[in-house]
Design a protein. Structure first.
Length: 293
């Protein structure tokens, strides 16, 4: 589904980036990394006359050998994932990533990445189940919410997405009372408002943006999101003060992006690494992979 000016991507990226410092999902990231690897390989081929996939295959086999001896070696799991991404073997990422998720139940990013990878290979039921597994234990996990909402929208199920987010908001007070700060209601409101926009419920979206602005007056995202909607409607006079407000409130690392959006650019932040650098609790370095003779 192509959204006007990629607003869903822009706002959901900012929602997740601010809430959890993970800017983009593995879905576009995998494609980017694979495309970049292909480009690098093609450049190497031009220089050396051949694409050296053999080295990557050997590296993957080495990690697999380590995992045969130490199936819970997280450094080897991460190495295998990264190597298979470079090889373009997205389906081959699923098993080691699933193991990482099992080994790190409190590191929900692994489970979210697993869901996104399943979605990438077309296992939509598996992706939805992975997202819901995260949300059952962490109902305010913004990455899982954004991922499941995106999946539901891709399946033309906006009402299911709306229901999911409304239910999250309706239970937020009780959940946050038991576990303070576990649900970022501003982020959830922004996601819900974007679903309203894509469902042509513009008035509902604008009202929800106003609620978010009133509820979080120091947050740059609600005025930015509302400004984008008004700008898309051609109401630049109403949008500009909101852009100005968002620019003044935005942290330094986002101010340039907000200014680009105000000027009509896409304002998307650069993609981070797909896999966290170090699993929860740290991981002991794996023995150097040594392929079989």
């Amino acid at each position: 589904m192509a959204f006007k000016r990629n607003r869903w991507l822009v706002v959901s990226v900012l929602v997740v980036a601010v809430a959890a410092f993970l800017a983009l999902s593995i879905i576009p990231l995998l494609g980017t990394r694979v495309d970049r690897q292909t480009a690098d390989s093609n450049a190497t081929a031009g220089q050396n006359g051949q694409v050296d996939a053999t080295e990557l295959e050997t590296r993957a086999q080495g990690y697999e050998m380590v995992l045969q001896r130490e199936p819970d070696n997280q450094t080897a799991l991460i190495g295998l994932i990264e190597t298979r991404i470079q090889l373009g073997d997205i389906e081959g990422v699923i098993d080691p990533l699933g193991r990482l998720a099992e080994l790190n139940p409190n590191e929900t990013r692994y489970a979210v990445l697993l869901a996104q990878t399943k979605q990438q290979v077309g296992d939509l039921e598996g992706a939805a189940q992975s997202y819901r597994t995260v949300l059952n234990n962490n109902p305010g996990d913004v990455e899982a919410l954004q991922g499941l909402v995106s999946l539901l929208l891709a399946q033309d199920r906006p009402q299911a997405a709306i229901g999911l987010l409304q239910d999250t908001l309706s239970t937020a007070s009780q959940t946050n009372e038991a576990d303070p700060g576990s649900i970022d209601t501003t982020s959830v409101r922004l996601l819900l408002a974007e679903v309203y926009v894509e469902s042509d419920r513009i008035d509902d979206a604008l009202n929800l943006y106003d609620e978010a602005i009133d509820g979080a007056p120091e947050d740059f995202r609600p005025p930015l999101a509302k400004a984008l909607v008004l700008q898309d409607r051609g109401d630049d006079d109403a949008a500009q003060p909101l852009f100005d407000q968002a620019i003044s409130l935005a942290p330094d690392q986002y101010r340039d992006q907000v200014q680009q959006l105000a000027a009509g650019g896409d304002g998307l932040p650069p993609a981070p690494e797909a896999i966290p650098a170090e699993p929860e609790g740290g991981a002991q370095p794996a023995p150097a992979p040594v392929p079989a003779e």
